[in-house]
Design a binder for this molecule. Structure first.
Ligand code: COA
Length: 416
């Protein structure tokens, strides 16, 4: 069965996480993704945090599956010539170099367009073009701080906190993938390529949309009713950190279960959905709360919400997180166990759905990775091993029309 993006050729000039996450996704869906890497070194993540000597690190293998690797020194005349041929033959070029690096290499947008007017040039930068910080190099946590995530994450009595989720990196890559697919669709209509740019700050902020909502509500009202600070605590003029509070209209919290004293993840997330109040009371063995005016509306519950959570914790004290969920699910209560990475790695449901997959790598052996979180009825996503450094160099050069002699000369000149 052919894959949806088969026939789309992508020059993958990406490194670290933001760019590679984008191009990996496109490779899963069938694009021919040629990862261009510096000879001898390659993507820095190949050697970062290795756990098997001389084998590519998991950081690399988990973000570069289904791609081909071409080593190319684009600062040599031969390297520039190869890149020029590649640009003429490709549909998309994706890069996440530091600001200005592509221009310094001699491949400005104007030049790329002159070589191939159909080219889609997709870029990730820390900040958007024209931003006061546009010259900055940026990594994940820098973006989380600049995009509003850190100031609103964590507990009110602690410092700004970054999330373990790659809001700055992989999230930006996903935004870029949407931009590329949109530009490819437009090209079908216009025949023209275009530049697609996504900044890490903007992508983080896009996921922190509700916090900008909260700033405006706070400006207007002086308080935020769904935050733990309400009604007993103080608000300043900026959105506070809300701990584990739910961000929508239904209060929730992380609650201790049996074994929390020794197991750092013996917790569940419990949501008090307004219209589920009666089932919640039934599940907890508190039927008298169902019609009690001191409890039966969200407003009435608000000032004692932490007393209610404390009661639920006493109910949870003799139940493991899995036992608790098995009871609560029968009452239609939105809840889940707090799962450790070990539990996720071994979760039969995630293995069955292909969200956690085992891949065989020639040097690393078997390892787990996260497969496509997007499921199709008519596309099967197969995750294959990431390429070794330069594994496809000769093959790609031959495809571009270079003779064996020319390829050998490029190796001798250390251009590839
Ligand atoms: N051949 C020759 N030179 C190459 C090359 C190749 N195949 N690939 C990269 N280079 C060169 C670049 O041209 C650049 O040279 P120059 O600065 O002399 O012009 C140089 O390598 C360094 O590139 P740069 O991307 O700036 O790397 P860095 O390690 O200094 O910075 C980042 C890394 C991630 C901070 C930076 O790339 C960045 O801010 N990227 C944008 C935001 C981003 O994606 N952040 C990472 C999210 S995971």
């Amino acid at each position: 069965m052919s894959k949806p993006l088969e026939g789309i050729k992508i020059i993958d000039f990406t490194h670290v996480q933001a760019g590679p996450a984008c191009t990996q996704l496109l490779a899963w869906f069938g694009a021919d993704v040629i990862k261009v890497e510096r000879p001898g070194a390659g993507d820095v993540t190949r050697s970062q945090l290795r756990h098997v000597k001389d084998a590519d690190a998991l950081y690399f293998t988990m973000l570069n599956s289904n791609k081909r690797s071409l080593t190319l020194d684009t600062k040599t005349p031969q390297g520039k010539e190869v890149l020029t041929r590649l640009i003429k033959e490709s549909d998309v070029m994706v890069e996440n170099f530091g600001p200005g690096a592509l221009d310094r290499m001699g491949f400005t947008w104007e030049y790329i367009q002159s070589l191939n007017p159909g080219m889609i040039l997709a870029s990730v930068k820390g900040f958007s073009e024209g931003h006061a910080y546009e010259d900055l190099k940026v990594y994940e946590n820098v973006a989380q701080c600049a995009g509003g995530a850190a100031s609103t994450t964590g507990f009110w009595d602690g410092p700004p906190t970054v999330s373990a989720a790659a809001l700055g990196d992989s999230n930006t890559g996903m935004h870029l993938a949407i931009g590329i697919l949109t530009a490819l669709h437009q090209k079908v209509k216009t025949g023209k390529g275009q530049k697609v740019a996504v900044s890490m700050q903007d992508s983080v902020l896009n996921l922190c949309r509700v916090k900008l909502r909260d700033q405006q509500r706070l400006d207007a009202l002086g308080y935020l009713e769904e935050y733990p600070q309400y009604p007993h605590g103080e608000f300043s003029d900026v959105v506070p950190r809300g701990g584990n509070a739910g961000g929508g209209g239904q209060p929730g919290w992380v609650l201790k279960c049996k074994g929390w004293e020794t197991d750092p993840n013996a917790y569940i997330y419990f949501t008090i959905q307004g219209h589920a109040w009666a089932p919640i009371c039934k599940a907890l063995g508190k039927p008298e709360w169902i019609d009690d005016p001191a409890y039966n509306t969200a407003e009435a519950r608000q000032d004692k919400i932490f007393d209610i959570f404390a009661f639920i914790e006493s109910w949870l004290a003799d139940k493991t997180k899995f036992e608790a969920i098995d009871i609560l699910r029968k009452f239609d209560i939105p809840c889940a166990p707090v799962l450790s990475m070990k539990e996720i790695a071994n979760d039969p449901s995630l293995r069955k759905s292909g969200t956690v997959v085992e891949v065989d790598h020639p040097k690393l052996g078997k390892y787990l990775t996260v497969g496509s979180p997007i499921k199709f009825s008519d596309v099967e996503v197969e995750v294959t091993a990431s390429p070794l450094l330069g594994q496809h160099t000769n093959e790609v050069l031959a495809d571009l029309g270079y003779s064996q002699e020319e390829i050998s000369a490029m190796h001798d000149a250390k251009a590839v």
